[in-house]
Unconditional design. Sequence first.
Length: 293
Amino acid sequence: MSDAARSRGARSETKPDRPSDPRISVVVPALNEARNLAVVLPELPEVHEVILVDGGSLDGTVAAARQALPGIKVLTQTRRGKGNALAVGFAAVTGDVVVMFDADGSADPAEIPRFVEALVAGADFAKGSRFCAGGGSADITPVRRAGNAFLNGVVNHGFGTRFSDLCYGYNAFWTDLLPMLDLPDPAIPGRADGRMLWGDGFEIETLINCRFAAAGVRITEVPSVERLRIYGQSNLHAVSDGLRVLRTAGAERRRARTLQELRPRLPLATRTDAAGGSSTDGRVAPRRVRVAS
């Protein structure tokens, strides 16, 4: 039996209420991406809703988004950082599936059906990967590639996972899993010293990966090809944001251990891995399942 079939069988036993034709909510964090959104938004497939979360853009991002996609829902993030923008968007979704989608043109809208297909086939979390079979990147630098490989190793060792691409923001998951992420409440005011709250920055992808892994959800890696940013420069800073991701991996491992100690201990025979098989430590081992485009 294939990994996809095993996942499908496990899901049907645990989440029979999930629809086979889910409503899709696309959440797009954006900061000064007007020119990119004018190109990207019209390429999106027909979905239940598209939610733009603006970070205080000064280049007409909101107006450009509304012109490109008149039905778009526009929100303003409450603090700084990509993590906060996503949390604001997540809190507003009304669909069955959440798709995390970057505004800079690097994410291919045509891949959205792949992620949804992986979820309908049985995954709880469909994780985009540039480094599994069928994936790729036209934008990654040697420094970022090396940093991603190192961070992959740290998280895979700490959580018993087999992620091939930790620091990639093109992902999708079922909306009913949102409480499991326990992200900082968007209503909380920012810190007086200007520092970001935990989870508000570029560490958000790592935080989501770690929390889903610690929770033991079914994870499928979906091949994705990262395109070149169309206009402008990335807000990502490889060294400082890489260090923040490294701190995130350590902090999330400590958090997972603490939560595990608080839960009643289960017999090893009752613990399962991502594909529904037995596990000796309760950790998740995501399967790299190629989904047809």
